[in-house]
Design a protein around this ligand. Structure first.
Ligand SMILES: C[S@@+](CC[C@H](N)C(=O)[O-])C[C@H]1O[C@@H](n2cnc3c(N)ncnc32)[C@H](O)[C@@H]1O
Length: 285
């Protein structure tokens, strides 16, 4: 079942403010809703810091930075030069990556109509959109029509390695919806010489402790509905991704990248996994 977008969207404002509060975003992408929610949750963050309980912030920052790292590596290795960030919300990634890579990178941010319009207005208003950077309407759950991924892929360069990124999306959809979405992503990415899918995901095995359960309650309240944990473990999710025509699929624990990112992983960081799925197996020369 597809969740009502209106119930998911408030979290985009919260995460948007989180990226800004940690020096990763631009003031133009801060919304009053995001600032308000961030302030409202401050006492909970304070309590968690004192008690060592997991925080939303810990896994939000971990997932964002690990996705950035894997995307940067793919670009540096020449595997990817087109990116579709599906359900981009107020993510600053497109702006940051375009600053770093300029004309070499085509970056498409995509979201449902209201959020896409808002993001476009905010970015245009602040002069943050450069050539090769666009914000479009896209519904990740549809196969046909102008708002489908297929329609977007039709107008991209079929010769360029392409990445799809989803962040903060999959756990709001139930299992059949996620599986169908991954199959859609796999089909589309197989149209390009290289295809990469990066996403965060929460699994049962990493979300068991009392602190994590309490945190799930907070998150579910926050998004006014259930948060779905589709798979018991990494292997199940990897198998489903391979069924969706990804030749290589791996789920990473963020702590694995702490050294590379020079980042302290706070309690809660490992409540999330980062998916790295590729349509081609890496060549061993
Ligand atoms: C939790 S926010 C995450 C935003 C951003 N990726 C981040 O991490 O800050 C979820 C986003 O998913 C978008 N969304 C919900 N359903 C969608 C769908 N079917 N297709 C595309 N975007 C969708 C919402 O509009 C919202 O911007």
């Amino acid at each position: 079942m597809a969740r009502n977008a209106a119930s998911i969207s408030p979290t985009a404002h919260y995460t948007g403010y989180t990226w800004f509060a940690h020096g990763m975003s631009h003031p133009a992408l801060v919304t009053p809703q995001g600032r308000f929610m961030h302030t409202a949750l401050k006492p909970l963050r304070g309590l968690a810091l004192v008690t060592g309980a997991p925080t939303l912030q810990a896994f939000l920052l971990a997932r964002h930075r690990v996705i950035d790292l894997l995307l940067s590596q793919a670009i540096a290795e020449g595997r990817v030069s087109q990116v579709i960030e599906v359900a981009a919300g107020l993510s600053p990634r497109g702006w940051r990556f375009k600053q770093a890579h300029g004309d070499k990178l085509h970056y498409v941010e995509a979201d449902l109509p209201d959020m896409a319009q808002r993001k476009r207005d905010l970015m245009q208003g602040a002069g943050l959109l450069t050539p090769g950077h666009e914000v479009v309407t896209l519904d990740a759950l549809t196969d046909t029509g102008p708002a489908s991924l297929n329609a977007l892929a039709d107008r991209l360069d079929p010769q360029r390695g392409t990445a799809i990124v989803t962040e903060g999306l999959v756990n709001y959809f139930d299992t059949p919806t996620v599986v169908a979405m991954w199959q859609r992503f796999g089909r589309v990415l197989n149209r390009f010489p290289e295809g990469l899918y990066l996403s965060d995901i929460h699994l049962h095995n990493a979300n068991k402790g009392v602190g994590v359960q309490a945190f799930k309650v907070v998150l579910s309240t926050f998004v006014k509905g259930r948060v779905f944990l589709h798979f018991d473990n990494e292997v199940q999710a990897e198998t489903e991704l391979r069924n969706a025509r990804f030749a290589l699929a791996e789920l990473h624990a963020p702590t694995r990248f702490a050294g590379q990112l020079n980042m302290t992983m706070h309690p809660g960081a490992n409540a999330v996994r980062v998916i790295e799925a590729r349509t081609n197996k890496p060549r061993i020369d």
